[in-house]
Design a protein. Structure first.
Length: 505
């Protein structure tokens, strides 16, 4: 099959070379599409090409993308080695017994005991995953070089000047080389994402927002990735079972990876801000709900980021006066201690290191009290936040999230609506806890929940798949058809027109 594809590719390129009607730019453009396509017979072969054009812009060019690929692998290597050091080599019993005067060099707490079966399994899984990432690295770099050449030769945009162009500018240049318009190209880039948005929006994949985690979302993206129009009930069940088993077998590796990644990524933020729960963020489920059809990531992120301050303001509309009074009192107490510690550090910083209270140094208590002080301050409103207007604030949130269920209308002052909203807008530490739980829940959902819903999923996909002469099979909610009575689709068309400064008439 591979030889046949190569023969067809060579034949097609020969035909392109003989076509005197093509300009050099059009000829190079079409050749590049074939080079990046998975198969000459695949009608969607250039989806990958357009996705790479977009993500080249999104990640700001060749060097940043190459560094992302490299640091991704280096981070994985570091994570594996760091995990081995923390969980396998470090003698915690001996380390925790270390006193102030009898601590030794760190090398004295490193032991090389024989690994048990579980540790060997985790190490093997990690190495296999690393091997896959290394194997995938070269093709990704080759494709990246091809895209850079396309930007340089066809679009006349180099890495140095890329940041001066908007996506609309780049898209206009791309459409000059093809018969696709802006909407067609966006549909190619977001073909599978549009299906995911529709499945969540129409509650076909009806999973509790708490358990719709990043891990589950990525699995569903892989399961529902290609040729959805040819997907059958049996094929979907087999995919769900396969990925469920893989997630189950890799659960130990996934758990350790999530813990280490969260620790490395967030410990500085938690320490600097002294916030035990971390900042609030939209969940992955909320982002699926809020996103419009054919809305590219940078447009979506800009819109959602604008809503953040109003979402935080809305949560503070429900702060308890009792808690605020208690928080102010705690702030006075902790402030006195922090001032005391500050004076000690000015007089002699060694006092914090060596003076002990209940066998703990003053530095330990300073860290604990600072965290309590920061936590209590988060419940104290600033004067500008003291105006009570939850419905008005929610209107500002909805302006950017585009999400207002019928049950919420004129009821945003109630705790029922607040609780629903908070399920979309959670503390980072709460999201992390559910990510940990997802190590168990994701295989369960794939194996025992979604396998019972395959009929509904397939039926929905078949019903809401349409054929476009330019793009191929796409989600019907992502078309330009304004006659479909669907509010989200109408809003998506409006947002697309606004983002791209064009009319879809």
């Amino acid at each position: 099959m591979k030889e046949e594809n190569e023969r067809l590719l060579n034949k097609e390129e020969d035909n392109l070379d003989l076509d005197l009607d093509l300009t050099d730019e059009e000829l190079n453009f079409k050749k590049l599409i074939y080079q990046l396509g998975s198969s000459i017979n695949d009608k969607y072969e250039n989806d990958n090409f357009y996705r790479q054009i977009y993500y080249y812009y999104y990640y700001k060019g060749f060097t940043p993308m190459l560094l992302i690929y490299i640091t991704d692998i280096l981070s994985l290597i570091f994570g594996i080695l760091f995990s081995i050091f923390i969980f396998v080599l470090l003698d915690w019993d001996k380390l925790l017994k270390c006193g102030n005067n009898n601590c030794e060099n760190i090398s004295e707490y490193v032991v090389f005991n024989e690994m048990n079966f579980f540790e060997i399994f985790l190490l093997t899984t990690s190495i296999l995953y690393l091997s896959y990432k290394l194997y995938d690295f070269i093709p990704k770099v080759k494709n990246l070089i091809n895209i850079r050449n396309y930007y340089n030769d066809s679009l006349k945009i180099n890495c140095k000047t890329l940041h001066t162009y908007s996506w609309i500018d780049i898209l206009k240049k791309v459409t000059k080389n093809t018969y696709y318009d802006e909407h067609d190209i966006t549909n190619k880039i977001l073909r599978k994402e549009n299906y995911m948005i529709s499945l969540i929006d129409k509650n076909i994949i009806n999973i509790s927002s708490k358990f719709y985690t990043y891990q589950l979302d990525k699995n569903l993206e892989l399961i529902l990735s290609n040729n959805l129009n040819n997907l059958t009930n049996l094929k979907l069940k087999k995919k769900l079972i396969f990925y469920g088993i893989i997630n189950l077998l890799c659960s130990g590796f996934i758990l350790i990876f999530q813990v280490v990644y969260f620790f490395i990524s967030n410990i500085d933020d938690f320490y600097s801000n002294r916030n035990v729960f971390g900042p609030r963020r939209y969940t992955i489920f909320a982002k699926r709900k809020f996103r419009e059809y054919n809305e590219l990531p940078h447009f979506f992120e800009e819109r959602i980021n604008k809503s953040m301050k109003y979402s935080i303001e809305y949560t503070k509309q429900f702060d308890s006066p009792v808690i605020e009074v208690i928080s102010k009192f705690i702030g006075i107490i902790t402030g006195a201690f922090i001032g005391f510690f500050l004076i000690l550090s000015i007089l002699d910083e060694s006092i914090l290191l060596y003076v002990r209270f209940f066998d703990r140094t003053m530095l330990f208590y300073m860290g604990i009290i600072s965290a309590i002080s920061s936590f209590s301050r988060s419940y104290i409103k600033n004067p500008e936040e003291s105006v009570y207007n939850p419905n008005g604030v929610m209107e500002r949130v909805v302006k950017y999230t585009h999400y207002m269920p019928f049950e919420w209308k004129n009821k945003c002052h109630t705790y029922e609506v607040r609780d629903d909203f908070l399920s979309f807008f959670q503390y980072k530490i709460i999201t992390f806890i559910y990510d940990i739980i997802s190590v168990v829940t994701t295989p369960y959902i794939l194996l025992f929940v979604l396998t019972k819903k395959t009929d509904n999923i397939i039926s929905f996909i078949k019903t809401h798949t349409t054929y476009d002469m330019n793009v191929g099979y796409i989600c019907s909610f992502a078309t330009k058809n304004k006659n479909i009575n669907d509010e989200k689709m109408k809003k998506s068309l409006s947002v697309f027109s606004e983002n791209h400064s064009i009319s879809l008439e």
